[in-house]
Design a protein around this ligand. Structure first.
Ligand SMILES: [Ca+2]
Ligand SMILES: [Ca+2]
Length: 362
């Protein structure tokens, strides 16, 4: 009996080790397009960090144009979300492509196909808050068409961005309901504040537990200005600027990353290759693409340490960037493995064999 029990117990321990290895057997660096097409991701220095976490059990809410759930490089990581544009779907339809691109930068699968996300085991909550009227320049959907202070304006810039505020609220409440740690990715912005920051502050004061479970990262936007953009410039929101492959502020034709004292951090945003509609891939540029690198990096840190809050994880990222020569780009350029190495490793589990007398309570 003793031998049998002992053998069984050893067998369980070995199995546990195998399962543990299997989690990290997924090597993002072996994805077909990693070495040749994901220079921006490589620039964030993710490889060592991936040995400790890849985003597992962390939710990244993608508030965008929807996410095409049928994309073969995404479908394993998608949750059922919300649609505040048509109010009749779960966010899994993307008529535009922008949200699908963001989702791939965060959590494209390690599946032997295409690319890897920076947090390939994170779960994506698609929340459709942007319409599809202007190609990649989709705008927040506005419901207050009767606002007497504003004339009809197709880009909604002077209207309350009701759909995006609703999206932030529902994503945050999802995190509370499911007891998940969450990063909300907002790759959009407006010059008009429109009560945005007060709405976010109220959400957090109504639900104080959000302080330890949810953060919001948002794009600094692409107009080559130091003028603030919202929600990025709200005090509770982390603003992300974009750099190019040489760690200079990203510029491309008339578009360039915004900058200023209100920017929190920078990440690669030039010609970022990611998932697109119809199962395709394409390169896109802008702070929209830089923001999900930061959101995904927070998810990777969180997955390595269950005791971390999203706010603490972000602080590790801010404290461990690479310096930039251009000013107005916040703490510097995202360096995921430098941040991970600053987080103490969790205590090593005891490796001593289990005594036979303990077997009955296993
Ligand atoms: Ca893949
Ligand atoms: Ca801010």
């Amino acid at each position: 009996m003793f031998m049998k029990g002992s053998t069984l117990c050893s067998g369980l321990i070995v199995l546990g080790l195998l399962l543990s290895n299997e989690v990290y057997a997924a090597e993002p660096t072996t994805e077909p397009d990693y070495a040749t097409r994901q220079q921006g991701l490589q620039q964030t220095n993710p490889v060592a960090a991936w040995q400790r976490g890849q985003g597992k059990d962390v939710v990244v809410a993608v508030l965008d144009t929807g996410v095409q759930s049928s994309h073969p490089d995404l479908n394993g990581n998608l949750l059922l979300g919300y649609d505040y544009v048509d109010n009749q779907s779960d966010g899994s339809v993307d008529p535009n492509g922008h949200g699908t691109h963001i989702a791939g930068i965060i959590a494209a699968l390690v599946n032997g196909v295409g690319i890897t996300g920076i947090a390939p085991q994170a779960e994506i909550l698609p929340v459709r808050v942007l319409n599809d009227v202007k190609g990649s320049e989709a705008m927040a959907y506005c419901e207050d068409y009767n606002d007497p202070e504003t004339a009809p304006n197709p880009n909604c810039s002077k209207r309350t961005m009701l759909s995006t505020i609703k999206g932030i609220q529902s994503a945050a409440l999802y995190a509370l309901t499911k007891n998940k740690r969450m990063v909300i990715n907002a790759s959009f912005g407006s010059p008009a504040e429109n009560g945005y920051c007060a709405a976010i502050d109220k959400l957090f004061s109504d639900h104080p537990e959000l302080e330890n479970s949810v953060i919001i990262v948002a794009a600094a936007m692409n107009e080559n200005t130091s003028a603030e953009r919202y929600p990025a410039a709200c005090s509770r929101v982390f603003a992300v600027a974009a750099v190019d492959e040489n760690d200079a502020r990203w510029t491309e034709g008339p578009r360039a990353s915004n900058f200023g004292s209100w920017v929190s951090i920078a990440a690669p945003g030039k010609q970022v290759y990611s998932t697109w509609l119809e199962g395709a891939y394409r390169s896109q540029s802008g702070t929209s693409m830089a923001t999900p690198f930061v959101a995904g990096a927070v998810a990777v840190l969180l997955s390595a340490d269950p005791s971390l809050s999203p706010k603490q994880a972000m602080q590790y990222l801010l404290d461990n960037t690479d310096p930039l020569s251009d000013s107005g780009l916040g703490a510097g350029r995202l360096n995921l493995s430098k941040a991970m190495s600053a987080i103490p490793a969790p205590p090593v589990a005891p490796t001593a064999p289990v005594a036979p007398s303990n077997f009955s309570i296993q």
